[in-house]
Design a protein around this ligand. Sequence first.
Ligand code: CP
Length: 301
Amino acid sequence: LKHLLSVEALSDQEVMGLVRRGQEFKRGAKWTPEKDQYFATNLFFENSTRTHKSFEVAEKKLGLEVIEFDAGHSSVQKGETLYDTVLTMSALGVDVAVIRHGDENYYDQLIQSKTIHCAIVNGGDGSGQHPSQCLLDLMTIHEEFGHFDGLKVAIVGDITHSRVAKSNMQMLKRLGAEVFFSGPAQWYDPSFDVYGQYVPLDELVSQVDVMMMLRVQHERHQAKDEENFTKERYHQQYGLTVERAKKMKKTAIIMHPAPVNRDVELADSLVEGLQSRIVTQMTNGVYVRMAILEAILAGRA
Ligand code: CP
């Protein structure tokens, strides 16, 4: 693997290879590096807790040297561009840069450069893609059910602004799952119809194996997007309330990429409840990110 920019660029075999390797790392597998020293850096230009810190844990578990970077105390504050920041890291000898940035496809210019030599891992590009989140979600579903074929997965909420949803709907369909959508009509785009069917939440909740709830992304909304919504109203109309959760199959699981707006996308008491896999998702993020980094560094030895 040269870079990880989007999941669609991966074959089904590559996706399943990363998922299974993540599961092996979780069971205690070790990486045998081909070089004594690899350098990684995490360049986050948008806020993050899980992605940033689980990449850092993954890098440290693999024994990489992690070069700290804080955009707020870097030369970005003097006007240095993303391109020149990554060029600098590459010139310093960094092997892999994990980047989160607000611009969709920010990586195009970086991977076309003849002078930037570090691998790029996309930690989220605007409302574009979030491939490592998709892979950790797939790992969590596979760990639970052992397959994807015929599983019914509901993706619910702020779909148009969610890079997680876009990565997941494509991969889940490719791997044989049946995808359904629900949530506010203004956060649904007809282009999603090729991946699954829109169904009102109350018809969907008893049918599915996975309830994947999405965060309401206030930071990407304009005032008109949130007209008519209070937190309570959103929760009652589109959220996984305790009453709705009682209608779920006993074998079904609840997922959310987090951070969770408790009592908005789902009831507070469900977040750490028996059917929730939200904490497991966070844990699995470390292991699948180890698999991603290993696959990239193996190609650079
Ligand atoms: N799920 C996720 O991407 O969380 P962070 O924004 O905290 O990284």
